[in-house]
Ligand binder design. Structure first.
Ligand code: ADP
Ligand code: DAR
Ligand code: MG
Length: 362
């Protein structure tokens, strides 16, 4: 699908080293002169360049990852920088991932063996049976439609096409998901979906805002789909309680319908393809809003626990925001080289331990 993409940023005098000395992103750690010279003259079919990929991390030296993809092809064209970034962020080894996929493909004798959301039930005990700490539980998936550039590179025509395709698919969802689609273009919508932050701005994700952006919310408030936020779709299942298994089951039912009507960008090795490499694989972030007044005063203990259990701690209003009233957003870090069930088990195990710590701190 040849698309006349928005004009790519040609950066005259773009040379290595390209990150400022105070930058500490994973992309900066992984880039070197040899990789830079190998990639700097390449473009994907949609015209996405190495500068396009790195510009957000260059403009924002406090970036944590520091690189975005413009389309599915970016992960092949710029493999020399994406692979080490992927290995570092997801704490995996690409070679082991390849061996795992090869053996699984032989076993299932087809390469699409894990292309769809798992059907088997998640069964986990309530991590906070007395409802003392967890305020809400949320699982979100990042997905992009196959054949279109990502939000970093997409032009307005294609962005409108994405909105149309997804809204059509929403109409075919089962009764329990009935709800309303609200386009940002027509009305402001009080949800977590706001115009992208400075990192997403520098990556080109906010172009044409708010056109072709919108939120579908189910009438029961437990399910939402954000269209053209950081990815073409953010599929969200949420509950103001601690029942992770039910939030997961809700998502399974939604995906059964969506996967019949939409084709997602997917790769046998990297799984679902996303604009930020931190969301590859399952694209799944399993998180809770949890009130931890004691651990709030012992940040080191909490950070040590997060490291030990491979969790990520965010502020009350999401990444790069402050913690208010000791309410943390805690979720799994790894999304690739791990199954959807394992994402949930990772969060569950970590949260049970963190709750125990909160209980036992004097
Ligand atoms: P994501 O990785 O899903 O994009 P962000 O950190 O960007 O997450 O946050 C997106 C929005 O989702 C923010 O408004 C954030 O407050 C909200 N959010 C995240 N986790 C939860 C949760 N467990 N309960 C309620 N809202 C949440
Ligand atoms: N601004 C990016 C964010 C990295 C992960 N979060 C995403 N993709 N929303 C950074 O490099 O910090
Ligand atoms: Mg986000």
């Amino acid at each position: 699908k040849k698309n006349d993409h928005y004009k790519k940023t040609e950066k005259p005098g773009f040379s290595y080293p390209c990150f400022s000395s105070n930058a500490q992103s994973i992309a900066k750690e992984c880039l070197n002169a040899e990789i830079f010279s190998r990639l700097n003259n390449l473009k994907t079919q949609s015209g996405f360049t190495l500068y396009d990929a790195l510009k957000s991390g260059i403009i924002n030296p406090d970036s944590y990852v520091g690189i975005y993809a413009g389309d599915a092809e970016s992960y092949k064209t710029f493999e020399s920088i994406f692979n080490p970034v992927i290995e570092s962020y997801h704490s995996i080894n690409i070679r082991e991932l390849e061996k795992h996929v090869e053996s699984a493909t032989q076993h299932h004798n087809n390469k699409d063996h894990v292309k769809f959301f798992p059907k088997h039930k998640l069964e986990l005990p309530d991590p906070d049976p007395e409802k003392k700490y967890i305020i809400s539980t949320r699982i979100r998936l990042a997905r992009n439609l196959d054949g279109f550039p990502f939000t970093t590179s997409i032009n307005l025509k294609d962005r409108l096409e994405i909105e149309k395709i997804v809204v059509t698919a929403l109409k075919k969802m089962p009764f329990q998901f009935q709800g309303r689609y609200k386009s940002f273009y027509n009305e402001s919508i009080p949800t977590g979906f706001t115009k992208g932050d400075r990192f997403q701005e520098a990556a080109g994700i906010n172009r044409d805002w708010p056109v072709a952006r919108g939120v579908f919310e189910s009438d029961n408030g437990k399910f939402a789909i954000w269209i053209n936020e950081e990815d073409h779709l953010r599929i969200i299942s949420m509950a103001k309680n601690t029942n992770l298994s039910r939030v997961f089951t809700h998502l399974q039912t939604a995906l059964e319908s969506l996967e019949k009507n939409l084709v997602f960008a997917w790769d046998p090795l990297l799984g679902y393809l996303t604009s930020c490499p931190s969301n590859l694989g399952t694209g799944m972030r399993v998180g809770v809003h949890i009130k931890l007044p004691k651990l709030y005063k012992k940040k080191d203990c909490l950070n040590d626990a997060a490291k030990k259990f491979n969790l990520q701690i965010r502020g009350t209003h999401g990444e790069k925001t402050e913690v208010e009233s000791a309410i943390f957003d805690i979720s799994n870090s790894q999304r690739l080289g791990i199954s959807e069930h394992e994402c949930c088990h990772t969060l569950h195990k970590g949260i049970c331990s963190i709750i125990e710590m909160e209980e036992n701190i004097n």
